[in-house]
Design a binder for this molecule. Sequence first.
Ligand code: NDP
Length: 274
Amino acid sequence: MTDLYCVFGNPIAHSKSPFIHAAFARETGESVIYEARLAPVDGFAEAVRAFVAAGGRGANVTVPFKEEAFRMCAALTPRAKRAGAVNTLSFVDGQCCGDNTDGAGLVADIVDNLGFSPAGRRILLLGAGGAARGVVEPLLATRPATLVIANRSSDKAQLLADIFADLGPVRASTFADLAGNTFDLVINATSASLSGAALPLPAGLFAPASLAYDMMYGKGETPFLAQARMQGAGRCADGLGMLVGQAAEAFFVWRGVRPATAPVLAELRAALGG
Ligand code: NDP
């Protein structure tokens, strides 16, 4: 019997998730169909109910529904509870269970694909929106020397630091107060790259061995990675590997099988032309 899964979003036509999950199903031999479903902005809960009624076993959730998905779940994993957002739904006995695999996807990409070990290193996280909040716990679990969160609206960075303070050495900063600090890993979780806006990053943040990581991805170099390279970052990576990593973690949540990510990442990279 083939099990039905999907990703809900609005817009959703651009989603690479059906491609990724089809590749995982082929690779693992799991009998899975995975579709992209457009949910109306004010009709997410109804779309989920209809999907469950049609036999759906699980779903991914993307912009703009991750917080709404969080609120509608009857049960949440600890990492989803901390993240305040859900990107993976499992439907068990008519109940909606929520998880968040974004952070695991990011850490898997950084550690396994890029060979960077965050333990004992200085990490800077730029941004304090939904994506940033989802990755703080798994980043702290890698036991960095410090995790600094900097955001345009500094109160939001402080709020995140407060939420996760019991899990490790995390603190908030303004962009200006970053001056004089150097980081081993700088992760861009702002949406500034979407508009091409440059971030007000002081000189000296990057050392030649520093890794600059942009959660955004696309054809060619992102604006943040261009800025990081010009400010001296020796290594740069975009978020395509995170996208594949969060999908692999969701596949594992649903099927109990962990697919290899390298082949599908290579295929996606080739399709993007980069
Ligand atoms: P949110 O809208 O929740 O948060 C946006 C963040 O960006 C806020 O911290 C905001 O600051 C900041 N920001 C926006 N514009 C600027 C600017 N011009 N200068 C400085 N800061 C700015 O978005 P998400 O957290 O959901 O997404 C962030 C990024 O992460 C997106 O590019 C998204 O595509 C990417 N992403 C990638 C994933 C992957 O798998 N690769 C998964 C999830 C997200 P402020 O609080 O001051 O407004």
